[in-house]
Design a protein around this ligand. Structure first.
Ligand SMILES: C[S@@+](CC[C@H](N)C(=O)[O-])C[C@H]1O[C@@H](n2cnc3c(N)ncnc32)[C@H](O)[C@@H]1O
Length: 212
């Protein structure tokens, strides 16, 4: 399993580099279509694959969450998938209210079932397109996204000024670190200051703050 994970990293690293250096591709029809096709195919087996990967999928996310310093009340998890980040956020900030969106119904069905089974009630799982959010400007204290494309202009729009933005990846941490200048540029082009970017194990977390 660890071998499969390494092969995956080898495949994803060039793709990540390409997207970080050319963030405009995330708006292309081909990219947006791929983001519908592949997740739809894996929604039922997604959690099982992660659990069996033999890799600490959650480490970057957990580390990143320890760095969130603004005691957020209103939180948004973008591209939540089966809710992995949303559940971690709910544990870290139990008094908060969390909106968690994804565009694939199959993924959300799994997330909702897990919420029901564990009795967690402060996460609202909803269908939504992260590239075109239904929320108003300046709504959220904290936005998180893990292992997903960063549709930053929309995230920045709905984040309050001074609010925190956390993106985490469970793999290819080194690739992101080598591209720190490009990540910094992408954040700053969208009104977000880079607070911290750290690799943890194979992954990385990127913490930013919206300009005040
Ligand atoms: C690799 S999964 C990551 C899921 C979860 N955040 C995690 O850490 O395991 C990427 C998710 O991003 C979602 N996604 C990609 N583009 C999206 C978009 N434009 N709007 C909403 N969800 C999107 C996919 O449906 C998929 O569930």
């Amino acid at each position: 399993m660890l071998k499969i994970f390494k092969i995956k990293t080898l495949l994803f690293t060039p793709l990540i580099k390409w997207v970080v250096l050319n963030p405009g591709v995330m708006k292309s029809n081909l990219f947006l279509k791929a983001m519908i096709t592949f997740p739809s195919m894996v929604s039922k087996t997604y959690d099982k694959k992660i659990a069996g990967s033999g890799h600490d999928y959650h480490r970057a996310l957990e580390q990143g969450l320890t760095r969130v310093f603004n005691k957020p009340q209103k939180i948004l998890d973008l591209c939540t998938g089966t809710g992995i980040a949303a559940f971690k956020v709910a544990a870290a900030f139990p008094m908060s209210s969390i909106d968690a969106i994804d565009q694939i119904r199959g993924m959300l069905d799994v997330a909702k079932k897990k919420a029901e089974e564990s009795g967690i009630t402060n996460i609202n799982f909803e269908i939504g397109n992260a590239a075109k959010l239904k929320y108003s400007e300046n709504e959220f204290d904290f936005i998180v996204t893990s292992n997903a494309p960063i549709y930053l202009s929309e995230a920045a729009r709905v984040l309050k000024s001074g609010g925190l933005f956390l993106a985490t990846y469970s793999f290819s941490g080194d690739a992101f670190l080598h591209l720190k200048y490009a990540v910094n540029q992408y954040l700053s082009n969208n009104g977000i200051d880079l607070v911290e970017m750290e690799s943890t194990g194979n992954g990385v977390y990127i913490l930013g703050q919206k300009n005040k």
